[in-house]
Design a protein around this ligand. Structure first.
Ligand SMILES: C[S@@+](CC[C@H](N)C(=O)[O-])C[C@H]1O[C@@H](n2cnc3c(N)ncnc32)[C@H](O)[C@@H]1O
Length: 237
């Protein structure tokens, strides 16, 4: 799949420095409450599509050892900067970022030089990122993440729902992707995006994991439409 338009779009800077509400609620209500994971043991959080590291900043503050990958160099640099500011007075080595290629490879290992071939991830997250991938590439990425997760570890990821309004401006181009092209007085989009139509399809997408919760978050601004995203919480058994 050609991701040229997605790559161009993310080439700029995506200003999102703060933790999103659904991340800190996931932390308190699910990670801590259900799994007893709170960062006190410097558990390792891996964020696929970390952007500027808003979520990882939060996990870092809670004591986690944080790892982020993204295709956008500007965002990765910004993430490094903000975490570096924070780590000045703390033990070094709890924040790691890596630039990755938009086209995933089967059996790709992240942070290989640190974790060489081991199952090292305690918590995997991916927010509003997996939906930039075709079905084929998303399967590759999820399998790669799965391979590097410890047994009993947790994944929390979001994915566009079918009712997400961008799809109203899209044309299906194959392998799960829709070409979204529209402009209004606020935005101008030319993106390829994937959407999931039901909970059953959500479970299929994350089939390698044991589902724990399949929830969602939604919002609408300026009457532009629903921004419905599924969230999948699951474990590697
Ligand atoms: C909507 S932003 C979300 C960023 C971050 N997860 C957050 O919640 O703030 C989407 C991110 O996905 C990244 N991205 C887009 N296509 C990707 C791909 N093929 N592989 C990995 N990351 C990708 C972009 O660079 C961008 O940082």
């Amino acid at each position: 799949m050609d991701y040229e338009n997605n790559i161009n779009y993310w080439d700029g800077r995506y200003y999102a420095p703060n933790v999103e509400s659904f991340i800190f609620r996931f932390y308190g209500r699910v990670l801590k409450h259900d799994f007893g994971i709170d960062g006190s043991n410097q558990e390792k959080v891996f964020d696929f599509g970390c952007g500027e590291g808003g979520a990882l900043n939060f996990f870092h503050e809670k004591g986690f050892d944080v790892y982020g990958v993204d295709i956008a160099e500007n965002d990765i640099n910004q993430a490094k900067l903000s975490l570096a500011r924070k780590t000045r007075k703390e033990p070094v080595g709890r924040a790691h970022f890596e630039l990755i290629d938009p086209h995933p490879r089967a059996n790709q290992r992240y942070f290989e030089s640190i974790h060489n071939g081991t199952e090292w991830i305690d918590v995997a997250i991916s927010i509003q990122t997996l939906d930039f991938l075709s079905d084929t590439d998303c399967e590759i990425v999820l399998q790669n993440i799965y391979n590097q997760m410890k047994p009993g570890s947790v994944i929390f990821a979001s994915f566009n729902g079918y009712q997400m309004y961008y799809r109203n401006h899209g044309q299906y181009i194959g392998d799960g992707l829709w070409h979204i092209k529209f402009a209004n007085d606020r935005v101008s989009y030319d993106l390829n995006l994937n959407f999931i139509e039901s909970k059953e399809k959500l479970a299929q997408k994350f089939h390698m994991f044991t589902p724990k919760y399949m929830d969602y978050y939604d919002s609408s601004f300026r009457n532009e439409g629903s921004e419905f995203r599924w969230t999948f919480t699951g474990t590697k058994e």
